[in-house]
Ligand binder design. Structure first.
Ligand code: KIV
Length: 272
């Protein structure tokens, strides 16, 4: 049985703020293509993130760094064409906003104009404040992303839990408050201790969306290919796998190959 709220006709940034205000958890998933986005939207997920994780799960890269702005716009346009209800948020890819705020604004505007998405997300705190302010001043809703920020993987050197140390936790809290202060509508918290997620979520008015950040974020997000088991190469502790679609797909395709080889497919009814 689905528990999604059928009264919500179209999810906006205001809707997810209302969900936090009334204590209802926010569901979010990634999607990168039309068919997947249709399923995710129809199931009642409130926020669909066209994540730069497309670089990993769609293109097979080791990191999120190689994906380009043009490729993100291609994925985002496909998702937008499918979605009737969810809020569509798109990642600004690595190299499209860190350089200077004018470039950040240009990148955000390209995403909004060329894909029809509803908001953008970018990674980082104080270091990219100027870029965020400039994007916000153009009327583009911005979601922040703190904790494990995969675009900085070569700085971190590992995908381990972030902000275990007091200094890093304090910076994360300061960054989160800054993101709220300048006008971000939400913030993703990735792979940080559950206790810190609780503190940040209580300190902020805007919603937090957690991934590997424990139960006290205002919402949860997973990479759809991971939670459906399409990608069976990635099984971190925080991931709950709801299906084993890699095995289902492989078995179905094996059956097809057998049927073709044995001349069982197509049969009379499947021919004209
Ligand atoms: O790119 C992505 O999928 C993300 C989520 C993990 C939050 O940023």
């Amino acid at each position: 049985m689905s528990v999604h709220n059928p009264d919500i006709k179209r999810v906006t940034t205001h809707t997810i703020q209302e969900l936090k205000n009334k204590g209802e958890k926010i569901s979010a998933l990634t999607a990168y293509d039309y068919s997947m986005a249709r399923a995710v939207d129809a199931a009642g997920v409130e926020v669909i993130l066209v994540g730069d994780s497309a670089s990993n799960v769609m293109a097979g890269h080791e990191t999120t760094l190689p994906i380009t702005l043009d490729q993100m716009i291609y994925h985002a346009s496909s998702v937008v064409r499918a979605v009737k209800r969810a809020l569509v948020v798109v990642d600004l890819p690595f190299g499209s906003y860190q350089g200077n705020s004018a470039e950040a604004l240009r990148s955000a505007i390209r995403i909004m104009k060329e894909s029809g998405a509803h908001a953008i997300k970018l990674e980082g705190g104080q270091e990219i404040r100027e870029s965020i302010v400039r994007i916000l001043s153009a009327g583009v809703p911005v979601m922040g992303h703190l904790g494990l920020t995969p675009q900085s993987i070569y700085k971190f050197g590992t995908y381990a839990v972030r902000a275990r140390e007091e200094a890093e936790a304090a910076k994360l809290m300061t960054d989160a408050q800054m993101l709220e202060e300048i006008g971000c509508f939400g913030v993703v918290l990735e792979k940080i201790p559950a206790a810190l997620t609780k503190q940040v979520s209580q300190a902020l008015q805007i919603p937090t969306i957690g991934i590997g950040a424990g139960p006290d974020a205002d919402g949860q997000i997973l990479v759809v290919h991971d939670m459906l088991g399409i990608n069976n190469e990635f099984k971190p502790r925080f991931l709950r796998q709801y299906a084993d679609l890699h095995s289902v797909m492989k078995q179905a395709i094996t059956n097809y190959v057998d049927d073709v080889k044995s001349r069982d497919f197509p049969n009379e009814k499947e021919a004209y």
